[in-house]
Design a protein around this ligand. Structure first.
Ligand SMILES: [Zn+2]
Length: 402
């Protein structure tokens, strides 16, 4: 990483010059003359050796100039002017301004410009710092390194051109809204870091008792106020940590599942949604990823679960659906709804309440699934008693927080 630092900074400065044009670029604090030599070389398609050859300046001296280890003298300025262009005074002035500002100016320049670039690239960075997902009280270079490590980008150029690198969030499937992938990566990786840092506080995983939990789930849905809290506590007792990780602007992620280490599965929830069926669906979908272990213990997995055609996402969706409504009971409900749909009708409210009672779940679990499967118009059965809301604040308080 350290070797990249100088390149990172130079690239930031270069992008800024490009956006204003070299001649019009008048920074508050002088840039290293070497930056400009690089620019002119790039323009000509020359390397250091060509410049040495053309100017009869030794390669060693060229290298010193390019590392700001040697100053541009009158003679060097004339040679650079003849070889690369621009007035000799231009080159002299660069050297003069650079030396004048170097003492206190350079570091200030780098601090502000580098931080500015990071904030421009990641609009939710301030929010991420406030939420302590990113440590903000540090130098610009440390901030850059932290952002790079959270996004798995290698250089600042990867941040400026994010399509060039893989963020390891391949399972993301959202068709509704474009995601700020850098914000998403910061969200997911900071959740992992929080879990990793507090691993000694996390309970041991006991998958052998999960069946008992599944049996409790339908009954837990009946009470929108206490059900979610009890589920979160039961899971924690079985070693599945459910943590609150607030959403960052530019992302629409609902949840992620990952392993802090081999015996500590974690579900991170943004609690963006308020409805009862969505809470249960997201929680169980992520649990589905954890129990079908083996394929992703080492992989970050973040997704918008309801809009994916990935088979792993389908499997997690099916898991969640089956825990909430046993397949044989769902089959009866589905056939009835399909039959009604063919006749352009919907089952009566009475029927829904009976369905729900026969399964032992809140009616919203039934209507929610029918909505999800397009067996019920999205506008129908949106109110009580067919729909329920969770108390977001209560749920967030019950979730593991550091
Ligand atoms: Zn998923």
């Amino acid at each position: 990483m350290a070797g990249n630092r100088k390149n990172n900074l130079r690239n930031v400065r270069k992008l800024m010059r490009k956006s204003t044009g070299v001649e019009n670029f008048n920074p508050a604090i002088a840039l290293p003359p070497a930056d400009f030599i690089y620019d002119f070389l790039d323009e000509k398609g020359w390397n250091q050796s060509t410049l040495a050859e053309v100017t009869s300046i030794s390669e060693k001296h060229i290298s010193q100039l390019l590392n700001n280890k040697a100053a541009i003298t009158d003679e060097t300025a004339r040679k650079l002017s003849l070889a690369l262009g621009a007035d000799p005074l231009f080159w002299m002035k660069l050297q003069f301004d650079f030396e004048r500002d170097r003492a206190e100016g350079k570091s200030l320049y780098e601090e502000i410009e580098l931080k500015r670039t990071l904030h421009e690239r990641i609009p939710s960075l301030t929010q991420a710092i406030k939420l302590k997902m990113v440590n903000g009280a540090q130098t610009a270079e440390n901030l850059l390194e932290e952002v790079l490590s959270l996004t798995t980008a290698k250089t600042i150029n990867d941040l400026l051109e994010p399509e060039l690198h893989n963020l390891r969030t391949a399972a993301l499937r959202t068709h509704r809204q474009p995601q700020d992938r850098l914000a998403l990566a910061i969200w997911a990786n900071s959740a992992r870091r929080i879990a990793n840092d507090s691993i000694s506080n996390l309970p041991e995983y006991q998958p052998e008792f999960l069946d008992d939990f599944y049996e409790e789930v339908p009954g837990l849905t009946l009470d929108p106020d206490t059900g979610p809290l009890r589920a979160v506590r039961l899971l924690r007792n079985l070693g599945v940590t459910v943590m609150y990780h607030p959403p960052l602007k530019g992302t629409t992620v609902d949840g992620a599942a990952f392993w802090a280490d081999k015996s500590h599965p974690v579900i991170a929830l943004t609690a963006r949604k308020k409805t009862l069926d969505e809470f249960w669906f997201v929680l169980l979908h992520e649990l589905g990823h954890i129990v079908s272990e083996g394929y992703f213990r080492d992989v970050d997995l973040v997704e918008e679960p309801q809009a994916s055609d990935d088979p792993k996402e389908q499997a997690a969706n099916n898991f969640a659906a089956d825990v909430l409504i046993p397949p044989d009971k769902w089959e009866i409900i589905r056939l009835r709804a399909e039959e009604q749909k063919k006749r352009n009708r919907t089952p009566s409210g009475e029927e829904f309440l009976q369905f729900a009672e026969s399964v032992g779940v809140h009616p919203h679990i039934v209507t929610g699934r029918l909505h999800f499967n397009n067996l019920l118009p999205k506008t129908h059965f949106r109110k009580k008693p067919y729909s329920g809301r969770i108390n977001k604040r209560n749920v967030i308080q019950a979730l593991f927080q550091v």
